[in-house]
Design a binder for this molecule. Structure first.
Ligand SMILES: O=C(O)c1ccccc1N[C@@H]1O[C@H](COP(=O)(O)O)[C@@H](O)[C@H]1O
Length: 196
């Protein structure tokens, strides 16, 4: 998210985490702190194949609680970030069961995994993948479900169960424009999601 007032409003919806995209090619890219930063929601920084110095600089500047690695970062790189005190969310791009094979190499170093749709531009595609592929994931690390989740996804999400599912990542399908969330759309969606 990019705008202070928009962040403040979104946080009132009892969101657990709010994300900041530090990928320069993204329309959501941010490099200066907005005039309001989340207090209750955890701050997540999203990086794509960045060197450690860049992650450290933004983590310090934005007071990040989690680092989301959305590129081709290796297990060794995750190990080194973790040993420097970072809490990690490692993204895996999914289009078939084979895409889950490498996740187990990252287990020791990550607090969460994030399963997103495989696409050309790393993330923010707005497209969903076949969530049933995730039934093949039998690791211990909890995961966040991502990729094109939209205001009409609530029913399907309520019907999707997995013992390690820890949360949902709402991005481009809940925006008025890149980097700005439609808080009313999120509020209605959360109400529907929480229905029995
Ligand atoms: O949103 C972006 O611009 C972005 C760019 C580069 C890497 C990740 C990015 N966003 C992440 O992509 C997923 C899925 O988003 P969507 O729902 O399909 O729009 C999400 O984790 C975002 O944090």
């Amino acid at each position: 998210m990019q705008d202070g007032e928009n962040i403040r409003k979104t946080e009132t919806l009892n969101i657990d985490m709010i994300g900041f995209i530090f990928y320069p090619k993204s329309p959501r890219y941010i490099y200066e702190m907005p005039d309001y930063m989340p207090v209750h929601a955890r701050r997540v920084g999203v990086f794509v194949n960045e060197p450690r110095q860049t992650i450290e600089m933004f983590a310090d500047r934005f007071g990040l609680n989690f680092i989301q690695l959305h590129g081709h970062e290796s297990p060794e790189y995750c190990r080194s970030l973790q040993s420097n005190g970072f809490k990690l969310i490692k993204t895996f791009s999914i289009s078939c069961i084979k895409d889950l094979h490498s996740v187990y190499d990252y287990e020791k170093y990550c607090n969460y995994f994030l399963f997103d749709t495989k696409c050309q531009q790393y993330g923010g595609s707005g497209n969903q993948f076949d969530w049933s592929i995730l039934h093949a994931y039998n690791g211990n690390v909890p995961f966040l479900l991502s990729g094109g989740i939209n205001p009409y996804s609530a029913k399907a999400l309520r019907e999707f169960h997995h013992p390690r599912l820890a949360g949902y990542d709402l991005n481009s399908r809940f925006e008025t424009k890149p980097g700005r969330k439609d808080t009313e759309r999120i509020r209605l969606f959360l109400n529907e999601l929480r229905q029995q």
